[in-house]
Design a binder for this molecule. Structure first.
Ligand SMILES: C[S@@+](CC[C@H](N)C(=O)[O-])C[C@H]1O[C@@H](n2cnc3c(N)ncnc32)[C@H](O)[C@@H]1O
Length: 261
């Protein structure tokens, strides 16, 4: 069951979501790449940072969501970046091997369950001495996700949520070993950001723009309000606001590999 993305809702926490991208790209030590690709570019606001860093490069953003690609193509980023709609699994099958000098994918590969098996093909797309860099959330056992899964498994919701897309990622060592096995010089690490979120039910607002979308979209209209209100109540208990905002820990896994020259 495929769900859809809402670019405006996703951009609600653009600053917090952008920080790992900046931290990831900071570890890419490429001076003058010719071809740069952002797989799962979303609304394109972060892809434009790649064009800013490497002004002489041809920068492409690829995303499977028509809504995301439309927003990216209508944004200021489109002056420097070519955006197009494709599933990254198709893109990697069709791309000319060794043709991309910097291949970035931020907060996307967790939506592709078989992405570990895809790493050899992604690495093969990279030019000799080029860079493959990606970041995936490592928070799937955090209350934001476990509470969602628990509630979705309860009646009357379970009958509608059984087949929804689920995100999944591996630990940093698994990615490190996989890319070392392909000859890469690998820098892998993890960081837990402690975001401080403001507003009403901010954790719900955050996750309803990403990880909770498939579950919420799978529910029929008459069940969704009850589900949302119970999920919000459980999130408020797990992430209380003490008057200074909601502390929202978010673990992320980073991998930057320089492929053999
Ligand atoms: C959490 S957003 C990340 C967007 C952007 N990279 C960022 O860091 O803000 C995940 C993006 O991955 C895209 N995506 C998910 N599965 C994909 C696939 N198989 N191929 C291409 N894009 C995909 C979604 O459409 C969405 O725009």
């Amino acid at each position: 069951m495929r769900s859809t993305w809402d670019p405006q809702r996703y951009l609600a926490f653009a600053d917090e979501r952008g920080r790992p991208f900046v931290d990831l790209v900071a570890r890419i030590d490429s001076t003058d790449p010719r071809v740069v690709v952002d797989l799962g570019c979303g609304p394109g606001n972060l892809t434009s940072l790649l064009a800013g860093r490497w002004p002489a490069a041809a920068v492409t953003g690829v995303d499977s969501s028509a809504d995301m690609v439309r927003v990216a193509s209508d944004s200021a980023a489109a002056a420097r970046v070519v955006f197009h709609k494709a599933d990254l699994r198709d893109w990697v099958r069709d791309v000319e091997p060794g043709s991309v000098d910097v291949l970035v994918s931020n907060a996307t590969l967790q939506w592709v369950p078989e992405h570990l098996a895809l790493l050899p093909a992604l690495a093969a797309a990279v030019s000799p001495g080029g860079w493959l860099a990606f970041q995936v959330p490592g928070n799937h056992v955090a209350p934001s996700h476990t509470l969602l899964a628990e509630l979705a498994a309860e009646p009357p919701y379970a009958a509608h949520t059984a087949g929804v897309e689920r995100v999944g990622a591996h630990d940093a060592t698994t990615y490190l070993r996989a890319l070392q096995g392909l000859g890469g010089e690998v820098d892998a690490w993890e960081t837990t950001y402690l975001h401080v979120l403001q507003g009403e039910d901010p954790v719900f607002t955050w996750i309803s723009g990403t990880g909770a979308r498939p579950t919420l979209q799978a529910l029929p209209e008459d069940l969704r309000p009850g589900f949302e209100s119970e999920y919000k109540a459980r999130l408020r208990a797990a992430y209380p606001d003490d008057g200074h905002g909601v502390a929202f820990p978010f673990r992320r896994i980073f991998v930057v590999a320089r492929m053999p020259g």
